[in-house]
Design a protein around this ligand. Structure first.
Ligand SMILES: *Cc1c(COP(=O)(O)O)cnc(C)c1O
Length: 358
């Protein structure tokens, strides 16, 4: 069976050796030495000057919206994982969808301004599949209208834009270290801010608001990563460069073998050092996608419909029609992509796809 992804696991011995340090100290959470070490190593790996690692990639979105959304309207993308929209509604803000660019698949910045009202407080956009949003244009719009910018960078671990970490853009960026993501800690995530005051707010927000054991800076929640999660991250981090290279090879091979006269893949934004996190293919229509999916499933190959449905169509989101996002969401499939996927498996997948599209 070939799934869309296969979680990279380090040699068990290496994970155990790191866990032993938690056993020795008998300290398994509350920002122990493994969490602190992982934060330090991630700062260096990602070239950022601040990071707070968290228990998953959703709580950082909720914290960001709590701090910057202010219960207002949030301009957002309909083409993302459901967590992006759900976090907005969960934090009692209102999602206002703006359609996506048909090739980059990120929010279409040229359609943002007409969606802004007096109730708009922030923009929450996703660097979908690790492809950067139009960072410059969004910054200009946000400044002009006095809006905050939050980036759901769940897919963007290690992505660089114009030689800068993608996590340095916007007021707050969030990442996910879920087991299906490029770098993982089983469950986990991170958040980043540029402004020092905001960094401080993120920090206390993820630990119940604590200012020492007896006092509080303000409202908080529990977003802390445990030592057990950090041990997983520390044992995987040394493999990241190899993982990314292996995935690049797989993507290069897909690019060689697929028939692009009949289908297309993601267009990566200019000046981007991408992370090879996903391999989406876009068919002509949903019927074609279903035919291909069925043919692949028959060979025990299970791609995933990332991202379906378009989030504006979810009942609680009460969104307007988004023609481009709805069309793409109905016709996009992410192909298997993980370390260990062989050339013959890629040939099998591409053969099935090429035969079933017209
Ligand atoms: C995975 C994901 C999240 C949520 O991350 P978790 O770590 O699973 O909580 C949020 N947004 C996007 C776009 C994602 O793909």
């Amino acid at each position: 069976m070939i799934n869309v992804t296969k979680t990279f696991l380090p040699p068990l011995e290496e994970y155990n050796n790191i866990l032993l340090r938690a056993w020795d100290k008998q300290w398994i959470t509350n920002r122990g030495e493994l969490v602190l070490e992982l934060e330090a190593k991630l700062k260096a790996y990602l070239s950022v000057n601040n990071i707070i690692i968290t228990n998953n990639g959703t709580v950082p979105l909720q914290i960001a919206l709590k701090l910057l959304g202010n219960g207002g309207e949030i301009i957002t993308t309909p083409f993302s994982y459901v967590a992006t929209t759900a976090a907005i509604v969960w934090e009692n803000c209102t999602p206002v969808f703006v359609d996506i660019h048909p090739e980059y698949l990120t929010i279409d910045e040229t359609k943002i301004e007409v969606a802004i009202t007096s109730k708009t407080t922030a923009i929450l956009a996703t660097h979908v599949f690790g492809n950067p949003c139009n960072l410059e244009a969004i910054e200009v719009i946000a400044k002009k209208h006095n809006l905050k910018v939050i980036y759901d960078a769940a897919h963007a671990f290690g992505v660089m834009y114009q030689n800068n970490s993608i996590f340095k853009f916007g007021d707050i960026s969030t990442c996910s270290f879920h087991a299906t993501k490029l770098f993982h800690t089983g469950e986990g995530g991170a958040m980043f801010a540029n402004d020092e005051f905001l960094q401080h707010q993120l920090y206390y927000s993820h630990n119940f608001g604590h200012d020492g054991p007896l006092a509080f800076h303000g409202l908080g929640i529990n977003g802390k990563m445990s030592e057990l999660q950090a041990a997983m991250g520390l044992s995987i981090l040394p493999y990241m460069e190899t993982i990314v290279l292996e995935r690049k090879k797989i993507i290069d091979y897909y690019n060689q073998k697929l028939d692009f006269s009949k289908l297309r893949t993601l267009k990566i934004r200019e000046n981007t050092l991408w992370n090879y996190g996903y391999y989406p293919v876009i068919f002509n229509n949903e019927q074609e996608l279903l035919t291909v999916e069925h043919a692949l499933n028959e060979q025990q190959i299970f791609p995933r419909r990332y991202f379906y449905p378009s989030l504006n169509t979810i009942e609680y989101a009460k969104g307007k029609v988004m023609p481009i996002s709805e069309k793409i969401a109905s016709a996009i499939l992410c192909l298997p992509l993980f370390v260990g996927l062989s050339e013959s498996e890629i040939e099998l997948i591409c053969g099935i796809i090429n035969r079933n599209v017209c």
